[in-house]
Design a protein around this ligand. Structure first.
Ligand SMILES: *Cc1c(COP(=O)(O)O)cnc(C)c1O
Length: 446
């Protein structure tokens, strides 16, 4: 049958094809900021393709694990009370161990956050008289009280577990000589932090971590090696557990929760290490057998399924921010053309006004609490005022678009997250618009 198509007359009321235009203008982005940003984006195409390629691989890796573990609709339900025979919980732990190629995993809503997961892994695998070593310098801030670097009730130090640290060399590489000296007969566990967190050192690639693990193993084969994997998951095609780590540890309100997990942490690794962690999380004798999953399993599964592309979106946002601000002459870590091993971007904005404008711009681009206005304020645990921008569906989730900055030299803002690339992009445009309209940056003209 042949159908005749009527020729359409141009509709005078029809809107112009906004896609080709600065439709961002409707959403408060000026032509100047838009033109500048689009120009920078052109150069990022090959980078973005690389990231998409990694996301494709990881998407299939996750899918294969879900299929091989025969995840069924019943797995999405969950239990109450003791949580005996929670097949969804047990199957999810199997999925994690398949993805990370580990013997076992503990993935629980009862692990309240990343710090808790790390503390759990440490406290359950160390005994009085043992020593913990960090061969990569100072660990993440919140671990100082866990370890007892800052004295605190319940710290490892209180239980007679000592701590030693080998700092990185000034260029951010491993100080092998010092590391070798720091490994003694007491050294029981080595902790390696993959992401720089909020320090200025570089983040480590999985292969760099692998080299460090090989070096340590040659000196002391039986030592337990743990990697703080926070912010690193799915940024590469391999994970630290693929290069010899005995345990990898992370938070579900970062990458592997895909923005959907409302709480939780994971530890994946050697069977005996996971068993120790489970006995500590619940109780000796109970271990993994108890721990009701309540109603979170669907979000844990679905978030994990989305995580590779969510992580890719956040990475694109980070690279875009790096590119814009390095083009404007600011120091950025890492640079837009550097290989990335996590989703954190720092931009040294150089003044309080700029830091505040940036964070307020991010806040105004948020899906939740966009009407709130963040200001610098005192925060427990910080020695200067801090400003934090976050309008997230999950409170405190840093896989969602967020930015924060301590108000002190060199006035660096730490930016991360973005559940979708268009949202990450818009957030950065809003922040830039805020700096521009307040006269805090000058834009090149196109
Ligand atoms: C976020 C983070 C932590 C702590 O996680 P919380 O969920 O904030 O407790 C530890 N280490 C690194 C590298 C992190 O990025």
């Amino acid at each position: 049958m042949i159908t005749k198509t009527k020729e359409r007359k141009p509709d005078k009321n029809q809107k112009k094809d906004v896609v080709m235009d600065n439709f961002f203008k409707e959403f408060g982005i000026s032509d100047e900021v838009y033109a500048f940003a689009e120009k920078q984006l052109e150069d990022l195409k090959p980078r973005f393709e690389e990231i998409d390629r990694i996301a494709e691989y990881n998407q299939l890796k996750v899918l294969k694990a879900l299929q091989e573990s025969r995840v069924s609709e019943a797995c999405l339900m969950g239990t109450t009370g003791y949580g005996y025979d929670d097949i969804g919980r047990d199957r999810l732990e199997e999925v994690y161990s398949k993805i990370f190629h580990t013997e076992d995993a503990l993935v629980r809503p009862q692990i309240t956050c990343g710090t808790h997961a790390l503390a759990l892994a440490l406290m359950s695998n160390l005994r009085p008289g043992d020593e913990l070593l960090s061969p990569v310098g100072k660990p993440y801030d919140t671990l100082e009280k866990v370890i007892g670097i800052t004295p605190h009730p319940g710290s490892l130090a209180e239980y007679g577990i000592t701590y030693r640290q080998a700092d990185l060399l000034p260029d951010g590489t491993f100080d092998y000589e010092n590391i070798e000296k720091s490994i003694t007969e007491k050294t029981k566990l080595v902790t390696i932090q993959r992401s720089k967190g909020y320090q200025t050192r570089p983040s480590f690639s999985v292969s760099q971590i692998g080299e460090l693990i090989d070096f340590i193993r040659k000196i002391k084969p039986e030592v337990i090696i743990m990697v703080d994997n926070c912010y690193g998951e799915f940024t590469e095609t391999i994970e630290p557990s693929d290069v010899g780590a005995d345990m990898i540890v992370g938070s579900l309100i970062k990458n592997p929760g895909g923005g959907l997990a409302p709480i939780g942490g994971y530890i994946a690794g050697r069977k005996d290490c996971i068993e120790n962690a489970a006995y500590r999380l619940t109780s000796p004798g109970l271990g993994k057998e108890v721990g009701a999953s309540l109603g979170v399993l669907k979000d844990f599964y679905q978030g994990l399924f989305l995580s590779p592309t969510v992580t890719a979106s956040a990475e694109k946002g980070a690279i875009f921010a790096a590119k814009l601000y390095e083009s404007l002459g600011f120091d950025v870590i890492p640079h837009s053309d550097e290989v990335r091993h996590d989703i954190i971007q720092s931009v040294v904005l150089g003044s309080e006004e700029r830091v505040v404008a940036f964070c307020q711009g991010i806040q105004s681009a948020s899906p939740v609490d966009s009407m709130s206005m963040p200001y610098p304020d005192d925060m427990p645990g910080y020695d200067s005022k801090v400003i934090m921008a976050a309008g997230a569906f999950i409170s405190g989730s840093s896989i969602e678009l967020s930015a924060d900055a301590p108000i002190r030299e060199p006035y660096a803002v730490y930016f991360q997250g973005g559940l979708t690339w268009p949202h990450a992009k818009y957030g950065i445009l809003r922040a830039t618009e805020e700096l521009y309209t307040r006269g805090l940056i000058e834009l090149p003209q196109f």
